[in-house]
Ligand binder design. Structure first.
Ligand code: IPE
Ligand code: IPE
Ligand code: MG
Length: 246
């Protein structure tokens, strides 16, 4: 996460699941579901910026998704390329910085070109840092980060976070996730942001990703705002008025 985004109040991460089931229920062909998913992403990015979210990380393609049929993988890669081409100008206009995290050595040159274009076009924007996770595996990233030489940072956690940022092609050290949302009804992480989500609040919804919208994002944010995060300490109320001794 960039410096500007890490100063912002909230990092939200979303596992955008349920596209296949959404299409199957409607008898829609694959191409339509991908477009619907991209439209949902656009709406959620706009809504996140409006709601003052500082960082938004969207899980678009996991390292394990290469196990899907070739035609689905090809369609997804085409969609990502089009999304990046199409969204860059919109991101610039909305103050959104767009970067891609994950492995790059297995992506085709046209997609790499689109990533470079979107990242450089949006580089100066600071309202919201949008990160798209592509060919992403948290465990592979941790393994690769552990194999890098140490940085000059004395704090071992900060050192690993910085190395993880390097491995993921992120602009700076990775930042903690505050709220992790998964659509599509499953309640699992599927190898997403394992390090960054150590104290993330989790929010699951049965809504399939193409139907997830600004209203539902607001509901998730409202639910998050009502939670008490303790990070291992006692609840705020019990530390505010310590019991008198003696
Ligand atoms: C997630 O939606 C998108 C990707 C993995 C690329 P799915 O395609 O997994 O949708 P379901 O889970 O089959 O409904
Ligand atoms: C996780 O969804 C990956 C993305 C949403 C990109 P999957 O559909 O691949 O996850 P599993 O296989 O159900 O755990
Ligand atoms: Mg799925």
């Amino acid at each position: 996460m960039s410096q500007s985004a890490s100063q912002s109040p909230l990092h939200v991460a979303i596992v955008m699941d349920g596209n296949g089931r959404w299409a199957a229920r409607r008898g829609r062909p694959g191409a339509v579901v991908h477009l619907a998913g991209a439209r949902a992403a656009r709406g959620v990015v706009d809504a996140a910026a409006r709601e003052g979210v500082g960082g938004l990380t969207l899980y678009a393609f996991s390292a394990d998704n290469w196990r899907r049929p070739d035609d689905e993988v090809r369609a997804l890669m085409r969609l990502f390329r089009r999304y990046l081409h199409g969204e860059a100008a919109r991101c610039v206009a909305n103050g959104v910085r767009l970067t891609v995290i994950g492995r790059r050595d297995r992506l085709d040159p046209a997609l790499l070109h689109a990533i470079a274009g979107a990242e450089s076009a949006t580089a100066g924007r600071t309202r919201l840092h949008l990160r798209i996770a592509l060919d992403y595996s948290a465990r592979d990233a941790l393994v690769a980060a552990a194999a890098l030489p140490p940085t000059a940072l004395a704090d071992p956690r900060a050192d690993l976070a910085a190395r993880l940022g390097t491995v993921l092609h992120d602009a700076g050290p990775v930042s903690d996730v505050d709220l992790l949302i998964r659509t599509g009804g499953e309640r699992r992480l599927s190898d997403f942001l394992l390090w960054e989500s150590a104290y993330a609040e989790l929010w699951f919804t049965p809504t399939m990703w193409p139907d997830f919208d600004a209203d539902e994002l607001r509901r998730a944010l409202a639910d998050f705002a009502a939670r008490e995060r303790r990070f291992g300490a006692l609840p705020a109320a019990s530390t505010a008025a310590p019991a008198a001794h003696g």
